[in-house]
Design a protein around this ligand. Structure first.
Ligand code: ASP
Length: 327
């Protein structure tokens, strides 16, 4: 009898283990990808393509929620404090690494408050201007900047956004301070640029390539050391070859869960992310927009974490030297 009782305890225990193991995803409960910028922008675009590609490997619905503001730190903070059940994850970009240097008081700790799920892609940026801007190439732009010092507006998605970092480096390179106009993402910044309310914007190709192709904005250069091969962007010079020596900003996206999410759930999310990164449809969509899907070891959470640590070390001094910060 005793033996039977012990056996049933054992069965119960292993059943319980089984229940825990298969707990994620909870049936009929979606996984929410939080994007820390408004809908319609480049980070949102990557997230929506990723949501579609992760649906099948996760076996549940994947939705996108835009939690915008403060250069991405509001959305990131929401995920840092979310339930640790795998159903809320963050898709963020280089802002994960630049925010710690920009904000004196961060609401979360980038390295300690997340489980790193893996890196997604690398995306070059482009320097673009309003369609009515008199300059037609980078040389003419430099002349125009020289003639309009003190009057130039440069849009961005807030302190800590990729557009902010790129704009900061650009102002330093051309030795000109511009009035920065922060938005909650570069989708509305792009609208105002097309409408002529702001002069310049530096943004990911995932947001700018179709506007460049449609000539609704003026494109001056790409921010990487090598020219791009994407048809819409292949004729653009690099800022380096146009005269801003060594100018090089390429941004990346990664995925994160709240710290304390069970290892098994993290492994399931990572496996679904890796499957999505191999999805030919996802790769095709990203490549058409000038993004390169990551296939190397940084798709592993621990490796991506090492990469983010190196990015924090790389960008911190650049930002501090520029004297930019927010309280
Ligand atoms: N591209 C934006 C940035 O400057 C963010 C976004 O709207 O996706 O970081």
């Amino acid at each position: 009898m005793k033996k039977l009782f012990a056996l049933s305890l054992l069965v119960a225990a292993s059943c319980q283990t089984l229940v825990v193991a298969s707990d994620f995803p909870v049936k009929d409960k979606p996984v929410t990808i939080v994007v820390p910028f408004v809908a319609g922008g480049p980070t949102d675009r990557v997230a929506r393509d990723l949501a579609e590609a992760m649906r099948k490997p996760l076996g549940t619905t994947v939705v996108v929620e835009n939690v915008a503001g403060a250069g991405g730190t509001i959305g990131a903070n929401k995920v840092a404090k979310a339930p640790q059940d795998g159903h809320t994850v963050l898709l963020h970009h280089i802002g994960m690494a630049t925010s710690p240097a920009l904000y004196r008081k961060m609401p979360y700790n980038t390295m300690d408050d997340f489980e790193f799920l893996g890196m997604v892609n690398e995306v070059p940026m482009t320097l673009i201007g309003r369609p009515t801007l008199p300059a037609n190439n980078f040389k003419e732009l430099v002349t125009w900047i020289g003639q309009n010092k003190g009057k130039i507006n440069l849009a961005n998605a807030g302190l800590g956004a990729a557009s902010h970092l790129c704009g900061l480096m650009f102002q330093q390179a051309v030795k000109t301070d511009m009035t920065t106009v922060p938005y909650k993402g570069t989708a509305p910044a792009m609208n105002d640029l097309m409408g002529g309310q702001v002069d310049l914007l530096c943004d990911q190709t995932t947001n700018t390539s179709s506007q460049i192709e449609g000539k609704t904005v003026k494109a001056f250069a790409v921010t990487t050391m090598k020219r791009l091969t994407t048809p819409a962007l292949k004729d653009l010079p690099t800022l380096n070859e146009a005269g801003l020596k060594d100018f090089n900003v390429s941004i990346w996206h990664g995925m994160y869960a709240p710290k304390g999410t069970p290892a098994e759930t993290v492994a399931k999310l990572n496996a679904a992310l890796r499957a999505a990164l191999k999805d030919p449809e996802f790769i095709k969509k990203q490549e058409a927009l000038g993004a390169v899907v990551v296939t190397d070891k940084r798709t592993d959470g621990a490796e991506h974490k090492k990469f983010v640590a190196a990015e924090i070390a790389k960008w911190g001094p650049v930002i501090k030297a520029a004297g930019e910060y927010a309280d």
